[in-house]
Write a protein that binds this ligand. Structure first.
Ligand code: IVH
Length: 673
């Protein structure tokens, strides 16, 4: 390539980059993924590195806007900032409450704190000695960015609180948002008020944040030193007393019926409010119950967001693509004429699965009503059959995998006694191209090996070039070859190498999750790794086909074990694991745990009194104990409730296992609490 051609490529990349930069920073409305954005940035850096004549003062690497938001300092939340599960109708709410009853093992009257769900950006404010110490964004829920100076420009956020009952240390959380009337003045620059608020908070210069009038409404807490409050409503009134803004429409309601009435009224009133709301949040008002209920891996059991109806629009189905996912699932996606729904341009719509297409009789060429709610992928509500052309044809779902041509299958589900709605490619292992690529993307993903220097786009590229076909190939890359590729340079290759090297230090949980076994997600990988303790034990189980041993783990059932058997019945999958074992440095699970029940194992038989198994299990785990689902010589205690199984008691006696009552268990737990 000659100099002119290089300059031409460089300029076009900068033009594209500036466009996305503007969308990201000024409009807070990115049109490409973070990894694609990073790839583009890398390509520019690499061209500059290789060709000195490209370095000039106009280079985006010299401008302030180029600095990614990543340059804000990171902050690990003391208590994670989780999201809320969603409810859309009465059934969802009844189900939510039923789960609470099950967990508490009791049907009781539950009073709810009902709060409008403002559609803004959440932030966490840490106060120490009555002064605002850190203001942090949500980030990925575990780690956020320190944006204290920007948050301090918001007049609703007190920087100092002179009240005697204000805790020594507390994280106060709430929503940052812009009012509709203020948004009108700047609407040409942003897609919606939420984007305006997020863009403003991300400014590197707080005086820029100050230009856009932001508001803050407080609604919950993270860490709270010596919290002795009894109710959420009490916390909300304290917030007000301490000088925070709370929502004037917050309510306490006694049951689901009242809640549904309130939701209906509020939904029609929402357009008269001076801020955007996308639903109501219901929280169990009693904090003691909240504490007992705790959290699942991503949301509290004690709260739910009840969404308002979503925005919708009519559009035309241009084509139906069949995408093949990591687990072989064939997902139909409709390409539609681009249409703007509530500020977002939609051109892809999920059709979920074969059954959904059949049920709604969705065809290419149809005019359909599509809906988009929050960050959920848009979907088809209904087909306008009046507008359908006479010669339109049924959509025939493929029975062979569009990627590798293998047979596809709808599995029979033994618990529901029905066939799955999802059709899957039957190719296990790395025989199917699309499945393999998706598996590789999974392998590098955040909760797996977390190789952030290797984006999804790069994986596709390296696959095409035959650089990576299996996970272990990532660790044998030829960096010289990569450096010679268009868009790569010394610096970007060095970053890639470092990121891959770093990922070699990993944990057993990450490894088990990363190899992409169906039904083995983060939680199950954790359960298995805690049980087998180290990679050699895991490999022993595989070599000796002792998967049934894993049925002992509370939480691992027949489905997971069957999936493990199927996965490792393919020898190429076993080889991948063995090769990875050689390459990686895998941390074993430490045997030394804190907590008085450390490494003690429990099993239940019979109904417990006033507490569910799930809650008892969680109490044991909080104190480093483990619950098993089978009796064996590793069991320390069999806890008997009402109507226990005689066979289990007999077995325990034979094995010399301690048999204890619920009261004994309580005593054991009290010793530590
Ligand atoms: S409570 C774990 N209360 O909704 C508890 N959240 O989907 C989570 N939100 O990230 C927060 N109004 O940005 C809570 N009154 C309210 C809320 C609220 C809006 C947002 C918040 C959160 C998201 C959860």
């Amino acid at each position: 390539m000659n100099k002119d051609q290089i300059i031409k490529i460089y300029r076009s990349k900068i033009k594209e980059f500036n466009k996305h930069n503007k969308l990201y920073y000024d409009k807070s409305n990115p049109k490409i993924s973070d990894s694609d954005y990073d790839d583009l940035k890398k390509e520019i850096y690499s061209l500059e590195n290789r060709h000195d004549f490209l370095k000039n003062s106009k280079s985006p690497s010299n401008s302030v806007g180029f600095k990614p938001s990543k340059s804000f300092e990171k902050y690990k939340h003391k208590v994670p900032m989780l999201s809320l599960s969603n409810a859309f109708d009465k059934d969802d709410l009844i189900n939510f409450q039923k789960k609470i009853f099950n967990y508490l093992n009791k049907n009781i009257n539950i009073e709810y704190s009902v709060e409008p769900k403002i559609d803004g950006i959440s932030a966490s404010l840490t106060y120490k000695d009555k002064k605002l110490k850190y203001g942090v964004s949500r980030g990925d829920g575990k780690t956020g960015e320190i944006i204290t100076e920007n948050l301090k420009t918001i007049k609703d956020i007190p920087v100092e609180i002179n009240k005697s009952d204000f805790p020594n240390e507390i994280e106060i959380r709430g929503e940052v948002f812009i009012k509709k009337k203020d948004f009108i003045k700047i609407k040409d620059n942003f897609a919606n008020p939420r984007n305006a608020a997020s863009g403003s908070l991300r400014q590197k210069n707080p005086s820029e944040t100050k230009k856009i009038p932001l508001n803050f409404i407080a609604y919950t807490y993270g860490y709270y030193e010596n919290n002795s409050l009894k109710y959420q409503s009490q916390f909300l009134s304290n917030l007000k007393k301490w000088g925070f803004k709370t929502n004037k429409d917050n309510k306490i309601l006694p049951n689901i019926e009242e809640i549904l009435l309130f939701h209906k009224n509020f939904e029609s009133k929402r357009f008269n409010l001076d801020y955007d709301v996308d639903g109501l949040v219901y929280k169990v008002n009693n904090l003691y119950l909240q504490n007992r209920l705790g959290f699942t891996s991503n949301a509290p059991r004690w709260a739910i967001a009840h969404k308002f109806s979503a925005d919708s629009a009519d559009t035309k189905i241009i084509n139906i693509d069949i995408q093949v996912g990591r687990t072989g699932a064939l997902t139909p996606v409709a390409k539609v004429s681009p249409v703007n729904i509530g500020g977002v341009v939609v051109s892809n719509v999920t059709l979920h699965n074969e059954d959904e297409i059949e049920r709604k009789d969705i065809r290419i060429g149809d005019i359909v009503k599509i809906e988009r709610a929050g960050d959920v992928i848009p979907h088809v509500i209904e087909v306008d059959k009046v507008k359908r052309k006479k010669d339109s044809k049924f959509f025939v779902f493929p029975t062979k995998c569009p990627s590798c041509g293998s047979n596809t299958l709808k599995e029979f589900n033994n618990s529901t006694k029905k066939y799955d709605a999802v059709r899957r490619c039957t190719n296990e292992g790395f025989g199917c191209e699309r499945i393999s690529i998706e598996k590789l993307k999974h392998f590098i993903s955040k909760e797996a090996l977390n190789i952030d220097g290797l984006g999804k786009k790069v994986v596709e590229k390296f696959w095409e070039l035959n650089f990576i076909k299996k996970p272990q190939d990532i660790f044998h890359l030829n960096y010289n070859k990569i450096e010679n590729l268009e868009g790569w340079g010394k610096l970007s290759v060095e970053n890639l190498r470092k990121s891959i090297e770093k990922s070699k230090n990993t944990t057993l949980q990450r490894l088990i999750y990363s190899i992409g076994i169906r039904h083995i997600g983060v939680e199950n990988a954790k359960l298995i790794s805690e049980n087998v303790k180290n990679i050699s034990n895991f490999i022993k189980i595989i070599k000796h086909k002792q998967f049934d041993k894993l049925l002992n783990i509370d939480g691992i059932g027949e489905t997971q074990v069957a999936s493990l058997k199927l996965f490792f019945s393919d020898s190429s999958n076993v080889n991948i694991l063995l090769e990875l074992e050689n390459i990686l440095k895998i941390e074993s699970i430490s045997l030394v745990k804190k907590g008085t029940l450390k490494n003690k194992t429990f099993m239940f038989t019979g109904k417990l009194d006033g507490i569910s198994r799930a809650e008892a299990k969680s109490l044991i785990e909080k104190n480093s104990g483990v619950t098993l689902s089978n009796i064996n010589k590793n069991l320390n205690y069999l806890v008997i409730g009402e109507k226990p199984t005689k066979r289990k008691i007999d077995q325990a006696k034979i094995l010399g296992i301690k048999i204890i009552t619920q009261i004994d268990l309580k005593k054991l737990l009290n010793q530590i609490n």
